[in-house]
Design a protein around this ligand. Sequence first.
Ligand code: M6P
Ligand code: ZN
Length: 191
Amino acid sequence: MKQSSSSEASATMRVDYTSAQITGRDLLERTTRIGDLQAVFADEEARLELPPETPVYRVQAHIPAGEAVAGALSFGNTVIEPGRVGDEYYMTRGHFHAKRDRGEYYLGVSGVGALILMDEGRRTCWERMEPGTVHYVPGHTAHRVANIGSEPVSFIAFWSSDAGHDYATIASQGFSARMREVEGEPTLVPA
Ligand code: M6P
Ligand code: ZN
């Protein structure tokens, strides 16, 4: 009788490393539009002048173990369109992790982005994201990405499945700085 066996199984998911597009099963997909981003950008008047259905960014996420399992990992992508609300670049909503100690990796795939990081003391810095760049988001650090180029920005993310998203803290306190175009240059400006 055979004691063990080995066989080749094929990968069920694929990533296109030019666009960060993920194909496979069990993918959650979400598009966030201008109309969803109330009070996220500084210039609310400029946001209200844009068609609310305008897509700002889309996310695909693969969370095989669900969001409650400690130790499990999830991955996904984000694609942010180029554009601005007033002088502020299109960006993700941004969040702390609900479980504050959970970290995350972001891998730049296409376009030019700015990863904006803010610690719990509200110290903010940013890292340029380009194809091939790798970014570690430590625990206890809020994070969002702005598209500071003229092409879509895409990146792949890996995170602890049970990290959770705390949007409420950002909704009430915001980030301490915003990525704005100042004299033609992307500049992190204190809020
Ligand atoms: C990355 C990950 C996701 C996150 C997404 C969009 O793909 O960090 O967990 O949902 O970016 O960011 P946000 O949820 O802040 O809109
Ligand atoms: Zn996160």
